[in-house]
Design a binder for this molecule. Structure first.
Ligand SMILES: NC(=O)c1ccc[n+]([C@@H]2O[C@H](COP(=O)([O-])OP(=O)(O)OC[C@H]3O[C@@H](n4cnc5c(N)ncnc54)[C@H](OP(=O)(O)O)[C@@H]3O)[C@@H](O)[C@H]2O)c1
Length: 267
């Protein structure tokens, strides 16, 4: 019996939170890894933890908010002869500043990370997956992409919504090729996300522990979902209920409810 082929997983945003757990879960499945994010020292420490005689781990730091960030990453992959079988588009963050007071460079950088980078990576890497007849693309979106728009970070939810819709389309386009495409839509998850945007204290007070999921659980749901080729994966019963309510609620009422959410975070 021939051994199963070795698979290579590229994980963006692998220096913290969900990305670290995606990398650990992929290593546990025997995949080789390429880790990317901006913080090289964290990536190197994770690579040292996960590398073994059976698993190779390559670190390719890149700033995906810079227009040349994805090109640098793709160049690094090519230079090392690496062609991922599994693309986990996970890097992301949100901001809290209002649209009009945010410098354009910040808004453009957010769109680069949340929209441009995942699309460009999928566009560059999926053709080789199709040629091999096997591939997995997991786009880490958010429940926010399925909920009504919010003030504060007016880009985050819409950008995630775009990623969900694009994933659905690509999922259909690649049907029958052996390449699976899924959008993962986590709700509140215990990572560094809310430390990075400075809302840790506010969200911890506003939302009870029952609303939070562990990164390990979300990662397991995402990997199982893309393996099963489900176009959209919403981990957690409560999150699935919220997505359903949002879909069924008239948009004027939904906007009023979301305005209440914003006030809870301010107080
Ligand atoms: N935590 C939640 O409640 C939650 C809920 C729904 C969806 N999500 C989504 O889950 C994904 C992972 O977030 P997380 O919760 O794990 O947050 P996290 O712990 O803050 O990790 C975010 C990761 O993204 C990377 N990143 C941020 N800016 C980057 C840039 N300019 N270039 C390259 N990498 C960058 C960070 O690395 P460096 O800083 O080292 O670059 C880090 O590795 C995101 O797409 C987020 O939108 C999170």
């Amino acid at each position: 019996m021939s051994a199963a082929p070795r698979r290579l997983a590229l994980v963006t945003g692998a220096s913290a939170g969900l990305g670290v757990d995606f990398a650990r879960a992929c290593a546990a499945r025997g995949h080789d890894l390429v880790l990317t994010a901006r913080r090289r020292e964290r990536l190197t420490a994770l690579a040292a933890e996960l590398a073994s005689p059976e698993i190779t781990v390559q670190v390719l730091p890149a700033d995906l908010s810079a227009p040349e960030g994805v090109a640098t990453l793709l160049h690094g992959l090519e230079a090392h002869g690496l062609s991922p079988d599994l693309l986990i588009n996970n890097a992301g963050y949100s901001r809290t500043d209002a649209f009009l007071v945010s410098p354009w460079a910040e808004l453009a950088g957010e769109l680069e990370v949340l929209v441009h980078a995942p699309l460009r990576l999928a566009h560059a890497l999926a053709p080789a997956m199709v040629r091999r007849g096997h591939g997995r693309i997991l786009n880490v979106a958010s429940l926010a992409g399925l909920l009504p728009a919010t003030a504060g970070d007016t880009l985050y939810g819409p950008a995630k919504g775009f990623l969900i819709q694009q994933s659905r389309g690509l999922h259909l386009e690649l049907r029958g090729t052996g390449v699976h495409v899924s959008a993962l839509c986590p709700g509140y998850t215990l990572t560094e996300f809310h430390d990075a945007n400075g809302t840790r204290a506010a969200v911890s007070t506003a939302y009870p522990r029952a609303m939070w999921m562990s990164a390990e659980t979300v990662v397991a749901a995402g990997l199982a979902g893309v393996e099963a080729n489900r176009p959209v994966v919403i981990p957690g019963r409560l999150n699935r209920l919220m997505a359903l309510v949002a879909r069924l609620t008239p948009s004027r009422l939904a906007l009023r409810m979301v305005a209440g959410h914003a006030r809870r975070l301010e107080t």
